[in-house]
Design a protein around this ligand. Structure first.
Ligand SMILES: Nc1nc2c(c(=O)[nH]1)N[C@H]1C(S)=C(S)[C@@H](COP(=O)(O)O)O[C@H]1N2
Ligand SMILES: [Mo]
Length: 419
């Protein structure tokens, strides 16, 4: 598997001077509200850097896992007893008493689903799809993979006729310690009736053409494509149908919005950069295409104001900012080289089954790369801000500037061009 090579389109001084005629850069809602500490990411040392490859190796995702010990670290007998090996893994599907189900799948009567059963369902219902993990509270994607799994709705159909089901609760293994439980939930409708043009929540058992390793939640994890990471429960073992109408998500307890859709946002790489004089200055970053799609990525360049990249929400400079388009790296020419060996792009969700090319670009729920190239920058220090504009025309951090439904502050990159 190889990287998607960025093919840059050079934006010259003309574009910088605002001559990129016909490209609307101000049709989006002005982003003046709620940009509290918008600039911290210029300097935040803890901000992880996304992998430059289109697919992230399973072991190189940024790991967000609770548990002591982390379930992924269990070895040998401990792993078997935790039912986290291919042979011992089981999935219970039960009622909490409030929901009626024709059939339940339990450990005690040996009816819980096993991996071969899930894989068998996968033969007729399986979906391969590209998706990046994005934590609600970390301002950069954690990693992007080719996932494979069965839509949760096809698994739930096994229970037969149901009544009084309003939500689906689910969780993974957490050392049999209630205090370590990490759980999430979905509306029954969100599981059963996804628009046919969209990805449903899935029970995943493959990543990048291989078994999902323990570190990524294997052997089986939930993946909710249109949500932030906290809905994608790792080491999945138990699904409960309930007539309760409230979200039970662990993340909701920390004031996160449990129903938040994955936000579209542009991310700059961390740290400052220095460029020699004379040569082109190329700045690159990534963008997550969330629920509302990605129309373009824009930048705003200005001389370093000497505030370490901090710019108050109420600063009038936001109003007069000149936003110009960045280049988004086009889709790969050769997807066979990007995808795991032997994976036909024609078999991947969102790709045309005839041409093997993505139907849309950038792909929703995935990360793309952007770049901006300056040819004639005078020596000096600069601040570069970037923002995404979604398919509704909303510029980041609009339309939901509230950060507890997903971090999407405008990031700032500081750089210097030497004399
Ligand atoms: N069982 C379990 N699943 C979990 C978590 C967890 O702590 N335990 N963390 C969640 C959160 S908050 C995120 S952002 C993603 C991160 O997925 P990754 O570790 O594969 O990058 O896993 C989610 N699934
Ligand atoms: Mo997260």
């Amino acid at each position: 598997m190889s990287d998607v090579m960025p093919r840059r389109h050079f934006l010259g001084a003309a574009a910088l001077a605002g001559l990129a005629a016909g490209l609307p850069s101000r049709d989006a809602t002005a982003n003046t509200s709620n940009l509290d500490d918008a600039s911290t990411f210029c300097t935040a040392a803890e901000t992880p850097t996304a992998s430059p490859s289109f697919l992230t190796k399973a072991t190189e995702f940024v790991d967000v896992s609770r548990g002591n010990p982390k379930p992924s670290t269990l070895q040998g007998d401990a792993r078997s007893q935790a039912r986290l090996t291919n042979e011992t893994w089981r999935l219970e599907i039960v009622s909490d008493g409030s929901a009626e189900m024709a059939k339940q799948f339990r450990l005690e009567d040996v009816t819980a689903l096993d991996l071969p059963k899930l894989q068998e369902l996968g033969k007729t219902h399986g979906i391969r799809f590209l998706k990046a993990m994005q934590c609600n509270n970390i301002p950069v994607p954690l990693g992007q993979g080719l996932w494979e799994g069965v839509p949760l709705r096809d698994v739930l159909r096994l229970v037969g006729k149901v009544n009084n089901v309003r939500r689906v609760y689910y969780w993974g293994f957490h050392n049999n310690d209630p205090a370590q439980l990490f759980q999430s939930s979905l509306g029954f409708n969100q599981v059963m009736e996804t628009p046919p043009w969209d990805l449903p929540p899935l029970i995943a058992y493959r990543l990048n053409g291989e078994e999902i390793p323990p570190a990524r939640g294997g052997p089986v994890r939930m993946v909710v494509p249109w949500a932030h990471g906290f809905k994608s429960i790792k080491w999945l073992q138990r699904i409960v149908l309930t007539n309760d109408y409230k979200a039970n998500d662990t993340y909701a307890l920390q004031n996160n919005d449990p129903d938040s859709y994955l936000k579209t946002a542009a991310y700059a790489s961390k740290g400052t950069a220095t460029f020699p004089s004379g040569g082109p200055v190329v700045i690159e970053g990534t963008a997550m295409t969330g629920w509302s799609g990605l129309k373009r990525v824009e930048y705003w360049l200005r001389p370093d104001a000497g505030t370490g990249g901090k710019l108050d929400d109420n600063d009038p400079a936001w109003e007069s900012a000149q936003w110009l388009p960045c280049d988004i790296t086009p889709p790969a020419d050769d997807w066979e080289a990007v995808l795991p060996e032997g994976t036909s792009p024609r078999s991947v969700w969102g790709f045309d089954p005839v041409t093997g090319k993505p139907k849309d670009w950038p792909l929703r729920f995935s990360v793309c790369s952007w770049s901006v190239t300056f040819r004639d920058l005078k020596p000096g220090a600069y601040e570069l801000r970037t923002r995404s504009v979604d398919l509704n025309g909303f510029a980041q951090p609009e339309p939901r500037t509230y950060q507890k439904s997903g971090l999407n502050r405008i990031q700032c990159k500081l750089f210097t061009v030497n004399a």
